[in-house]
Design a protein around this ligand. Structure first.
Ligand code: GDP
Ligand code: MG
Length: 163
């Protein structure tokens, strides 16, 4: 596979909602590392004529908030190895959390394109609230609402340009 894009972030930020919106079909993938990759979902998508494979990480926690930070870090490290580009998703409803800061710390060291996606930006107030995510030290961010596709075009334009 080439053009692999991983979506990382803590539980409930909206990774799977965004993933499901983008993919046209799921790929049957045999997980090489059982127990680590078992709940990673893979799908194919394309944008502006460029195909890419999308990985939705962290499904194993089944939407629960009760997840060890170490598990998320493992998913992020795997994504860093495997992916050509990374979408780091955060949630404007909750704002910056400690777990977001941990993930950002890992991603700041990465020599691959990282796109910070501030999700659940459903109205103008939330767009203003998103500025706090500059504190993650990852530079510019994209405000999106995965639930209705708002803002995702700009994110995808930048993403495929980097592939
Ligand atoms: P994941 O754990 O990161 O995969 O998150 P999910 O995709 O399962 O979404 C967690 C919750 O956030 C669900 O209740 C979604 O409906 C909700 N959600 C996802 N995207 C949006 C969004 O753009 N706006 C709002 N308001 N809620 C969203
Ligand atoms: Mg999910």
């Amino acid at each position: 596979m080439s053009n692999i894009v991983a979506i990382v972030g803590r539980p409930n930020v909206g990774k799977s909602t965004f993933f499901n919106r983008l993919i046209q079909r799921r790929e049957a993938i045999v997980d090489a590392v059982s127990g680590v990759t078992r709940d990673r979902h893979y799908g194919k998508s394309d944008w502006n004529g460029k195909e890419f494979s999308l990985i939705d990480t962290g499904g194993y926690v089944l939407g629960s908030d009760d997840v060890f930070e170490a598990e998320i870090d493992k998913q992020v490290e795997l994504a860093i190895e495997e992916a050509d580009a990374i979408i780091f998703m955060v949630d404007v409803e909750t704002g910056v959390t400690g777990m977001d800061e941990d993930v950002a710390k890992l991603l700041r060291k990465v020599n691959k394109p990282v796109f910070l996606a501030v999700n659940k930006v459903d109205n103008g107030q939330r767009a203003e609230d998103a500025v706090e995510f500059y504190s993650l030290g990852l530079g510019e961010y994209y405000t999106i609402a995965g639930i209705n596709g708002s803002g995702t075009g700009e994110l995808l334009d930048a993403l495929v340009a980097a592939l």
